[in-house]
Ligand binder design. Structure first.
Ligand SMILES: N[C@@H](CCC(=O)N[C@@H](CS)C(=O)NCC(=O)O)C(=O)O
Length: 218
């Protein structure tokens, strides 16, 4: 049995959605960021840094979402794009972390650091801009309806997760192709099934987290 260790709204959603796209049966094991369970020795045996996702599959456990998407696509023979598209497919799978790193930094400053004195308004503004720049790269390079010309692939899952969460930190007004892509994604039956299994929102509870205003110099 495939078993996915998951926290709602996190990168493990990529894997949840991929499993739904592939039509695989799996057990979903929900975890929380707020009860220290990801730091228990039993969980650290599954995920060395105590993070989600962790996917128990084929007699072992994988804990990098990009590697998991690639492994699932390659071993289950689906959502890989064509052979000729392989360099682009790999590039997008990893570009997901260019987007994801800004989302993670913004999440730290807007949400995880609860005491405002620990937050950096400069980092919040800078990271929102850098996220927008990373999404502009998607806007410019999308092949058509999806990232690859041959159609929907695991690359769309990897990158769009960052854009879906990222739009809570940077508006997509100037990125119409990205906005249209997210609408197509939201209409996919497997995405809807994954969203229904994701769990209650405990991290992102606001639709938008605006960057702090710049304080005018006196
Ligand atoms: N590179 C890893 C990053 C995994 C990761 O940082 N996951 C976050 C959720 S998005 C996590 O589990 N954070 C919990 C923590 O840092 O304690 C991946 O893509 O799977």
């Amino acid at each position: 049995m495939i078993r996915l260790h998951h926290v709602a709204q996190t990168r493990s959603f990529r894997v949840l959605w991929m499993l739904e796209e592939l039509g695989l049966e799996f057990e979903l094991v929900p975890h929380s960021f707020f009860d220290r369970s990801l730091r228990e020795p039993a969980y650290l045996a599954l995920s060395p840094a105590g993070r989600v996702p962790a996917l128990e599959i084929d007699g072992r456990c994988l804990s990098e979402s990009g590697a998991i998407l690639q492994y699932l696509a390659e071993t289950r023979g689906a959502l890989t794009g064509t052979a000729g598209e392989r360099p682009d497919w790999l590039e997008w799978l990893h570009y997901a972390e260019t987007v994801g790193s800004h989302v993670a930094n913004l999440t730290q400053h807007h949400i995880i650091l609860r005491d405002p004195s620990m937050r950096s308004p400069t980092v919040m503004r800078l990271e929102a801009k850098r996220l927008e720049k990373a999404l502009e790269g998607v806007e410019r390079r999308m092949a058509g309806d999806w990232l690859l010309a041959s159609g929907f692939s695991a690359a769309d899952i990897a990158v769009s997760y960052g854009a879906l969460i990222g739009q809570r930190f940077t508006a997509l007004d100037r990125l119409p192709r990205v906005a249209g892509w997210l609408e197509r994604i939201a209409a996919r039956p497997a995405f809807r099934r994954a969203a229904a299994r994701d769990g209650a929102a405990a991290i992102y509870t606001q639709a938008f987290y605006p960057p702090p205003e710049e304080t005018p110099h006196a």
